[in-house]
Design a protein around this ligand. Structure first.
Ligand SMILES: NC(=O)c1ccc[n+]([C@@H]2O[C@H](COP(=O)([O-])OP(=O)(O)OC[C@H]3O[C@@H](n4cnc5c(N)ncnc54)[C@H](O)[C@@H]3O)[C@@H](O)[C@H]2O)c1
Length: 570
């Protein structure tokens, strides 16, 4: 017979704990909210008040309901106040020794049949459970940030968790209006395993100056329609928490180098740059705990208002851009059609050439200021085309390629004007969207970047600039995450439905990885992943065998009627 949790406790009222208190109290569950000392308790109470006041100001919470919510919360220092609760969630910092000590103390402080839950993101729930005399009553209850908003809760059972306890916790999730996905005890569970490799890679890109922080974040927001860019998300999570999560996942999860925390992360944590909670992380905030960004010494064109991501392009346009009057577009697919229509709408003269192969007449492109090739060919074919364009076009013309997989520099070196060759890439998840990646090679001259950035801005696109690496910016960050999801499915840890639900409901992604792979095409995803692996030889980037097998079997995705899921053709 299921037991209802009539009162609960939350220990640790930081980034997550205060939000978890709010979730319980909003849904009619009395909460005992516990901190380590009075200062931390006051801060936790202030976090809760600020959050509920914001909800009232936005019309999402009635003032009377806010007052009732607060009346359900009792604040206390120390664990003694938890003696009568039916369930406790701990949300103290992500350190095994700390959580083990805390769980042992909770075991003493709470009544014998209370359920003890940990909000850990990456530690072993089993190792935490065995610090108590009741490991069968210990579960993981992993909320997502911000807890009042995100619908998902990962319920983690260990090999000794009592199934009745899991059932009680699942029922509690339903009462909270959350979707509970029940999983075994594995580092990072579903969502963090898939999220943190991506976040760490974004730090690496920033650290290596591959692209600016604004461009990395803008690329993922606009290119993949994510609610936040990775560096802004890290600031929200807290860099200390992110460091501990990555470090644990690296040690517990097979020592994949992609989870080894980027050196910059450790340096920032040591320097006290913890993200929003300390007022400074990758970005600078108005005050500790504030979400309001302020201009700092890394803000592009400091002092000028404008959307992030537009500013770098605007800055580059000072660097010798030449006006583009006539645009040549080579190739006959959807990318060519889209670029041609957008160019005409922006007032350019467009010369469109359907490319049939060597021998195609390119004479019409002689007067173009910019020629964009969109043929999606292999390296030899595309190099041959670039050489032919070099011969056909006026010397000042800039040549651009929309390739997703070929190194742009290889194409540039097929011409006699490598400094005027660059990538103009419309990322696949949202090719009709707002974003364009302008890809510079080690040969590209700044005026060519400025010319293409200015042209793309004129088409109404937001421009991000990045170096010539496999996958460019969006593909390099997105595709390994998709590949990791396939590996997780292959390993039998979770179903495609649960993985998709984890990313949409836990992280606010517009689609889950399997729905997205089916839309993009499994062969397309495989090609980018192969390019990434070939470039880096990083074992963690090797394409998932299941992805390769499905491509071989012709299950290429939505457009052929079957990918990871069937898509009946109407
Ligand atoms: N930050 C996120 O986005 C996020 C998301 C999901 C899960 N988590 C997990 O939630 C847990 C907490 O992370 P956070 O980011 O909220 O950390 P945080 O540093 O923001 O907050 C931790 C809080 O715990 C308190 N605390 C420390 N020791 C304590 C003790 N012995 N007794 C009572 N309170 C104590 C601290 O005073 C602090 O307020 C971690 O396990 C983390 O992995 C974090």
């Amino acid at each position: 017979m299921a037991r209802e949790c009539n009162t609960v406790g939350v220990v640790g009222l930081g980034t997550m704990g205060a939000g978890i208190v709010e979730v319980f109290a909003r849904n009619g569950v009395p909460v005992v909210a516990v901190e380590i000392d009075q200062t931390a308790l006051d801060r936790g109470r202030a976090n809760l008040t600020a959050s509920t006041d914001r909800a009232v100001a936005r019309g999402k919470l009635d003032p009377a309901d806010r007052d009732a919510l607060h009346a359900r919360v009792t604040f206390a220092v120390g664990l003694a106040a938890l003696s009568e609760v039916d369930l406790v969630v701990e949300a103290v910092p992500e350190r095994l020794d700390l959580k083990q000590r805390l769980l042992a103390a909770l075991d003493q402080a709470c009544k014998p049949d209370a359920i003890l839950a940990t909000n850990t993101s990456s530690l072993s729930v089993t190792e935490i459970a065995v610090a108590t005399s009741r490991p069968e009553r210990v579960v993981g209850l992993h909320f997502f940030n911000p807890a009042p908003v995100m619908k998902l809760v990962e319920v983690v059972r260990t090999v000794v968790t009592d199934p009745a306890v899991v059932a009680d916790v699942e029922a509690l999730c339903r009462r909270l209006g959350k979707v509970g996905v029940t999983l075994g005890d594995r580092a990072g569970f579903i969502a963090n395993w898939l999220l943190f490799g991506y976040l760490n890679q974004a730090i690496g890109m920033y650290e290596s100056r591959y692209a600016s922080r604004e461009d990395i974040d803008t690329a993922m927001r606009l290119g993949c329609r994510l609610p936040m860019g990775p560096l802004a998300l890290l600031d929200l999570i807290g860099l200390d928490t992110a460091y501990e999560v990555l470090d644990t996942m690296y040690r517990r999860g097979g020592r994949d180098r992609r989870h080894a925390p980027a050196p910059l992360l450790r340096q920032m944590v040591t320097a006290g740059l913890l993200g929003r909670k300390s007022g400074r992380g990758f970005y600078t905030y108005e005050a500790p705990g504030s979400s309001r960004l302020v201009v700092d010494d890394r803000t592009p064109s400091a002092g000028q208002p404008g959307r992030a991501g537009q500013q770098p392009a605007a800055r580059e346009s000072a660097g010798g851009a030449v006006p583009v009057r006539t645009v040549g577009i080579v190739g006959g697919g959807p990318t060519a059609d889209h670029l041609a229509a957008a160019s005409v709408a922006a007032g350019h003269t467009v010369v469109a050439v359907a490319y049939d192969g060597p021998g195609t007449d390119l004479a019409g492109l002689a007067a173009a200021d910019l020629v964009v090739e969109t043929i999606a060919g292999d390296l030899a074919t595309t190099r041959a085309l670039l050489a032919a364009l070099d011969a056909a076009c006026q010397p000042a013309a800039v040549l651009a390629t929309t390739t997703s997989t070929l190194p742009v520099v290889d194409l540039a070196m097929a011409t006699g004007r490598s400094e005027q060759v660059l990538g103009l890439h419309l990322p696949a998840p949202a090719p009709q969207g707002d974003l364009v990646e302008v890809v510079r090679t080690v040969r590209t001259a700044p005026p060519a970047v400025a010319t293409v950035a200015g042209f793309c801005t004129g088409l109404g696109r937001t421009v991000v600039t990045c170096d010539d690496r496999a996958g460019q910016l969006v593909g390099a960050l997105l595709t390994p995450y998709l590949n990791d999801a396939v590996r997780m499915l292959e390993a039998g840890y979770a179903t495609a439905d649960d993985i998709d639900a984890a990313m949409t409901l836990g992280c606010g992604y517009p689609t889950g990885p399997f729905a997205l792979i089916d839309t993009l095409g499994l062969d397309t995803v495989l090609a980018v992943q192969e390019a990434l692996y070939d470039e880096t030889r990083e074992p963690g980037l090797a394409p998932a065998p299941l992805l390769r097998h499905l491509v071989t079997a012709g299950r290429l995705g939505r457009h052929v009627g079957h990918g990871f899921r069937p898509h009946p053709q109407s």
